[in-house]
Design a protein around this ligand. Sequence first.
Ligand SMILES: O=C(O)c1cc(C(=O)O)c2c(n1)C(=O)C(=O)c1cc(C(=O)O)[nH]c1-2
Length: 254
Amino acid sequence: MSELASALPLSRAEFEQALRDKGRYYHIHHPYHVAMYEGRASRRQIQGWVANRYYYQVNIPVKDAAILANCRDRDVRREWVQRIHDHDGAAGGEGGIEAWIRLGEAVGLSAGEIRSQEHVLPGVRFAVDAYVQFARAASWQEAACSSLTELFAPRIHQSRLDSWPRHYPWIGEDGYHYFRNRMGEARRDVEHGLRITLDHFTTHEAQQRALDILQFKLDILWTMLDAMSMAYELERPPYHTVTDKGVWHRGLQQ
Ligand SMILES: O=C(O)c1cc(C(=O)O)c2c(n1)C(=O)C(=O)c1cc(C(=O)O)[nH]c1-2
């Protein structure tokens, strides 16, 4: 192929397909996640996942606020702001963060324990912080593109709804609201994020960058589960060779 031909951009449909093809690296394939939906996860592994993922949940609206702060397009902001309401809860309604705490209670954690972030591992914290930092520093279009792992999220939420009640009857029914709510919200979010991405990244170089951005986000999700595998599956939490106490820091920006 000549250099000129290789520099041609993908068509809109081909570019969308290339983004969707990144789904093969989604954390649904991480062994920690596979163990959870195949019923091989211990109670402690599920509790550890829920407690650690709380840090992702509370940072999503902060990340979305950073996108809004960088965006001068009122129409985009009007649509994007809905994501903050979804997680923080609009007046009178429960938001995703509250629903996540209910999931935590349903798996046997207390609300205080979850909110304190005492179980959040440094590796999870660093991965999530990298996502928020990226959204602050990047253009709003690039940050919107980084949310596109949500293309693959309805399937992962569905996999939990299909398998968890069967494998883990000890989890209370009240815990499943979060996953149910996200099925519709993620589809709507992704339609918007995809529109922005397909409109903005139109040259060959820009499309390659969008694919790199999506890979960066996939790396974040995968790395979070790597940290959890070390702590709750391999029993090698940070400093395990030195102490059995969780001495790591709990965040410097509380
Ligand atoms: O449970 C999951 O596996 C999962 C994954 C993702 C994702 O792919 O980033 C999100 C969510 N859940 C989620 O609940 C959510 O609200 C969410 C927002 C975003 C984002 O990047 O803006 N990703 C995700």
